[in-house]
Design a protein around this ligand. Structure first.
Ligand SMILES: Cc1cc2nc3c(=O)[nH]c(=O)nc-3n(C[C@H](O)[C@H](O)[C@H](O)COP(=O)(O)O)c2cc1C
Ligand code: SF4
Length: 420
């Protein structure tokens, strides 16, 4: 059977728009912006490759709109008051649509909060968390942050982007407000009603300002952050899983007009392996499948659920046990989960760095030409070290870069120490 007849190759409606197939490119920060936070040749090259790769949806990496509080020194930014920056975005969107008008371009908006890099920017926090901290923010700060997300969504809409991903995951600002650990008595806590106000008000305001159903709005959500008080925990001081709030978040976003939920679990600064299943412990991939299924069961059929964390599966050369060899691959589980209604689309993170053209190759039955991610996580090491990021296995400049960095600074044991 040609791959064109598989579930992964079928189109799907997202709101009023149509994605040509079921592949989503995950937002992947590569810390390679120009000195002013705009597009460098390296960042442009990455997106040219992705647009040539024919995925149904491309979620543009996490961008900062408050350049003075950012996670990466060379993070791409949208600067609403900077005309030059806005012009760069306009040109970028036009150029990418010229390369390939089909992929839907959704931009991930983010504020780093307590994981902003304190060496080059200002770290702020909702409530100091051990090992993170920063200046504690007030209600006005949160109100202004919501406004910034809303204003930036409108700018992106005017420039021709197809949608936005309002980031509520991975321990960034959205997580910091939503999680039970935010037990401050204020407009944005401690009750779920108050904590969820940040997300719900934001979506409502985006929908109101961008008064066009063709614009896609959705969120990447961490269902369970995996440490006491994190998203998806039963309270501010327990790590016990209770998905009541995470499910209510997805349902509440839907009620306010969200078109998709991009599943995630974990927090890269605290529970790295949970967030991106690693080579030596790939089994958490099943937890991600389960979380996507839980989201599917709780939202209506019009919300597209994008399942995450598929990269570790690759073409079956992984350490998953008790699996028939012919089942043990990304394509098998992608098709299986879509056919069984456990997800609508599958999202590719590290795999999209290893081979940005995987969807095109799959659709053309050229699977033997795919560069498979081996989940070595050297790209992650580059990110943590604030270097430009790329696949060190298949992209020579990054192979040279990681070698050089390790020669100069030694190997990084980040799986033990966390990301910051
Ligand atoms: C280098 C790198 C950069 C990432 N940047 C982002 C980002 O900008 N936004 C985000 O939501 N997740 C980001 N992630 C997480 C991925 O999008 C994805 O959720 C995670 O890697 C699990 O998917 P995978 O197993 O397919 O890699 C990043 C991951 C890596 C390795
Ligand atoms: S560096 Fe390793 S983990 Fe990262 S994309 Fe390449 S093969 Fe995958």
């Amino acid at each position: 059977m040609s791959n064109k007849n598989t579930a992964l190759a079928q189109p799907i409606k997202i709101g009023k728009r149509t994605a040509k197939n079921r592949f989503v490119i995950q937002p992947m920060e590569c810390a390679d912006a120009s000195a002013s936070g705009g597009f460098s040749e390296r960042s442009l090259e990455r997106y040219r490759n992705l647009f040539e790769g024919d995925a149904g949806v491309i979620v543009f990496e996490s961008i900062t709109m408050q350049y003075d509080s950012r996670a990466r020194n060379e993070q791409l930014s949208l600067q609403p008051e900077n005309k030059e920056n806005i012009k760069e975005w306009e040109k970028f969107i036009k150029d990418m649509k010229k390369i390939n008008p089909d992929p839907l371009l959704i931009v991930q908006l983010n504020h780093s909060g307590e994981v902003s890099g304190s060496q080059f920017s200002k770290r702020v926090c909702v409530k100091p968390l051990h090992g993170f901290g920063g200046e504690v923010i007030d209600e006005d700060y949160v109100d202004n942050t919501i406004d910034l997300f809303v204003k930036s969504s409108k700018i992106l809409y005017d420039l021709g982007a197809d949608g936005v991903d309002l980031k509520f995951c991975h321990g960034y600002f959205g997580s910091q407000i939503l999680r039970p650990y935010n037990d401050r008595n204020w407009k944005y806590g401690p009750t779920w009603e108050k904590r969820s106000r940040f997300a719900f008000d934001m979506v409502e305001k985006v929908r109101k300002l961008v008064n066009d159903d063709n614009f896609i709005v959705g969120s990447k959500v961490s269902m369970w952050e995996g440490f006491p008080g994190g998203q998806g925990c039963a309270g501010p001081d327990t790590g016990i899983i209770d998905l009541t709030e995470s499910i209510d978040l997805c349902k509440g976003l839907e009620a306010r007009g969200a078109n998709f939920i991009l599943e995630s679990t974990g927090n890269p600064s605290v529970t790295m392996e949970l967030h991106m299943p690693e080579r030596g412990k790939p089994d958490d991939v099943y937890l991600h499948f389960t979380m996507a299924k839980i989201i599917k069961e709780n939202v209506g059929p019009d919300v597209v659920v994008m399942g995450g964390a598929y990269s570790v599966l690759n073409n079956g050369k992984n350490f998953l046990k008790a699996v028939q060899p012919e089942w043990n691959s990304l394509f098998h589980w992608g098709n299986y989960n879509i056919e069984h209604g456990y997800a609508d689309m599958i999202a590719l993170g590290r795999q999209s760095l290893a081979d940005p053209k995987l969807p095109k190759k799959y659709l053309a039955d050229k699977e033997d030409e795919i560069n498979w991610c081996v989940a070595c996580d050297k790209c992650v090491e580059l990110l943590i070290r604030q270097e430009n990021v790329g696949c060190t296995v298949y992209n020579r400049p990054y192979t040279d870069l990681i070698r050089k960095v390790r020669e100069e600074k030694g190997k990084l044991r980040f799986k033990v120490t966390g990301m910051d």
